[in-house]
Design a protein around this ligand. Structure first.
Ligand code: GDP
Ligand code: IMO
Ligand code: MG
Length: 430
């Protein structure tokens, strides 16, 4: 009854979509368990590239069913657009194939307006959110005032619930932020239309998954964001409002502990972050531009969802070791090894220093990283192209040494290494 969980080990954008696409070739069900359309997951198949925000990346394969779990916050506009985009691309999506939990929460224009107003009010202390209404939607959920998808099935009460939700947020917008109120009736009408389109997809996701797992079906749970953006375990307050870490898959899908087989941590060969918050190994100047790229390649480090340039730096193995512990990683899937080709020497952060004290583990988690100065190991780089390599033994010796060092420092075996965005650009390590 195997449930495999794919989780980001850094600050998101590790290449989870690409790895889900690879691993879902053998899956019966692919399942999104957290976040919303703040996520942007790119899957490249030949000349085609798909950018998915809500629907699990595994749907590009024809066979797996797809679910969106209760842990997700869902903007119906984005969902409907994404379904349309996939259909246009010839990918089959209907309520037989895609099931969305009745307990997932809705994002509304009121949440989007609150996200923008809160960010503006934070001024110099802004989080740098994706402005997709994520924080406010989870706030509605935890304050027990949210709108759940299941409510869409009762047309009249749903209309009234949306109207009253917008009225409540309007009071906050005008009193706390001096922002123009939204039109509750117009939004309620708009949401009636979404309800008609989305209701057929609403399902008992936990029941569906439980039955599938009992029958021995293979489920792949796809995390959005990453460990260091986790609300509880990340660089708080510079985090998202959900739990991207592996246990979030169990809560966000409603499945039991006993099913988990593999917990696969996706990590880039270096470190990136989009948005504000601490980043001990961050680089600036020419080296940063070299790692980020200039935007001419589709994989250059610019946000899939917002287009913002990502901050970049050397791989931080203190944080990777932490991610391995928090998630109980059974293995790592490493992406973008090809990007390091030609950089010589390479650096890896092995520990932190504060004065004379050396820390190999974080004493109080990653929320305050400001006192720490990274300690680096310097490793020789390699200069030959690795993007066509498919076997471990064909990698340059320096690349193998780099990967082995990451395994040692994180205490986790690397099972997959990707050397390009294409499906086949991968090295499997047994
Ligand atoms: P996600 O949010 O974790 O799914 O990652 P994103 O899709 O936001 O960002 C990862 C980017 O890197 C995408 O453009 C991928 O196509 C690309 N990518 C993934 N793996 C590799 C790789 O090994 N090499 C290169 N060059 N690009 C990669
Ligand atoms: P994927 O799934 C990278 C970041 C935002 C911001 C913080 C809070 O593609 O890896 P939010 O809008 O969630 O309230 O913003 O989290 N963030 C991401 N960074 N990848 C993502 O998703 C992200 N989703 C949110 O930039 O710093
Ligand atoms: Mg992304």
């Amino acid at each position: 009854m195997p449930l495999d969980i794919i989780v980001g080990s850094q600050w998101g954008d590790e290449g989870k979509g690409r790895m889900v696409d690879l691993l879902s070739a053998g899956a019966d069900i692919v399942a999104r368990y957290n976040g919303g359309d703040n996520a942007g997951h790119t899957v490249t198949v030949g000349a085609r590239s798909f950018q998915l925000h809500l629907i699990p990346s595994g749907v590009i394969h024809p066979q797996p069913a797809a679910v969106i779990g209760n842990g997700v916050v869902l903007n119906p506009v984005v969902l409907l657009k994404e379904i349309e985009m996939l259909r246009q691309a010839g990918i089959h999506i209907d309520p037989e194939r895609l099931k969305i939990s009745h307990a997932a929460h809705l994002i509304t224009p009121a949440h989007l307006a609150l996200d923008a107003a809160q960010e503006a009010a934070r001024g110099g202390r802004k989080i740098g959110t994706t402005l997709r209404g994520i924080g406010p939607a989870y706030t509605s959920k935890t304050s027990r005032q949210g709108l759940r998808l299941g409510e869409m099935r009762s047309a009249e009460t749903f209309h009234a619930a949306v109207r009253s939700h917008v009225q409540v947020v309007n009071r906050q917008l005008s009193r706390l932020f001096d922002v123009e109120p939204l039109d509750p009736e117009a939004i309620a009408d708009e949401y009636d239309d979404y309800a008609r389109q989305i209701t057929p997809y609403i399902a008992d996701v936990t029941g569906f998954l439980s039955e599938a797992l009992t029958r021995g079906r293979r489920v792949l749970a796809e995390g959005a964001q990453g460990t260091l953006l986790d609300l509880d375990h990340g660089t708080y307050p510079f985090v998202t409002s959900s739990n991207p870490t592996a246990p979030g898959a169990l809560v966000g899908l409603g499945v039991g502990l006993g099913h988990v087989e593999r917990v696969i941590g996706v990590t880039k060969a270096f470190q990136t972050r989009v948005g504000e918050g601490p980043f001990p190994t961050e680089l600036h100047g020419d080296l940063a531009t070299r790692l980020r790229g200039t935007g001419e390649n589709p994989w250059d480090e610019f946000g899939t969802t917002t287009g913002r340039p990502r901050r970049v730096g050397w791989l931080d193995c203190v944080l990777l070791r932490y991610a391995a512990r928090i998630n109980g990683l059974t293995e790592l899937a490493l992406t973008k090894l090809d990007i390091l080709t030609g950089l010589d020497p390479l650096k890896i952060c092995t520990a932190y220093r504060v004065g004379d004290e050396i820390y190999e583990q974080l004493p109080y988690g990653p929320s305050d990283l400001s006192p720490f100065e990274p300690i680096y190991a310097e490793l020789p780089g390699w200069h030959s192209d690795v993007s066509e390599v498919r076997r471990w033994e064909d990698l340059p010796e320096e690349a193998r040494a780099y990967l082995l060092r990451i395994e040692t420092l994180s205490g986790t075996p690397i099972r997959l290494v990707s050397v390009g965005p294409e499906r086949h650009q991968v090295i499997e390590i047994s």
